[in-house]
Design a protein. Sequence first.
Length: 231
Amino acid sequence: MLEVGSWKKQWASGFRLWRFPASSLPGPPTTHLWAGAGQLPASNLMYAVTKVISFCYGHRLLNYQGKCRFLHGHNGRAEIELSAKELDRLGMVEDFTKIKRAIQGWIDTELDHKMMLCRKDPVVPLLQKLNEPLYLVDDNPTAENLAKLLYTQTKRMGFPVTSVRLWETDSSFALYAPASPARRHGSSALRRPARTQPPPAPASLLGRAPTERRSARGRRRRRLPPASPSA
């Protein structure tokens, strides 16, 4: 298990290990771990692991005016996050081998190198006659609905899934995380707690001009030049 203790930061309410993109973490890019406190109550302290699964699929969108109304394909990447309040007897949220065997096995069988189409798509009967591999859904096969599909299937398998992020391209992804308040409020990671105003630095460190000083009460008082001798 990868520990990202080098990013540990202490706040008044506890410790937090910040979650970083997999590409910025040392070690295998397919797994990473975060644990947090401070933003969440102690009872919601959680560990989470993420399994990244790559696969290829095709689709097209109905009632859409852009290029995606045509049949086309994607090199998709799913990031499936599992969470738990406590680790098991082996110190894990879930064994990555078990995740890969179950979830990636289902993706390889049902989605990989298949056309994901709405059942109402008029092209479905033609592709079925040609024995093309299809995966039919009730809704428009958008990245959002595919992320929800993967979440639902992972849940059915008994895994403690909390979110699924589906990358349709290298710059676009859809996130489905129904039980995560932090994500519902517009962030894919926990928000940082508000920082308090730091105490003022000592005057010796501020490089203040010699003509300026502070009185005992903290008010600035400018040192006046000596009075000129009277004529």
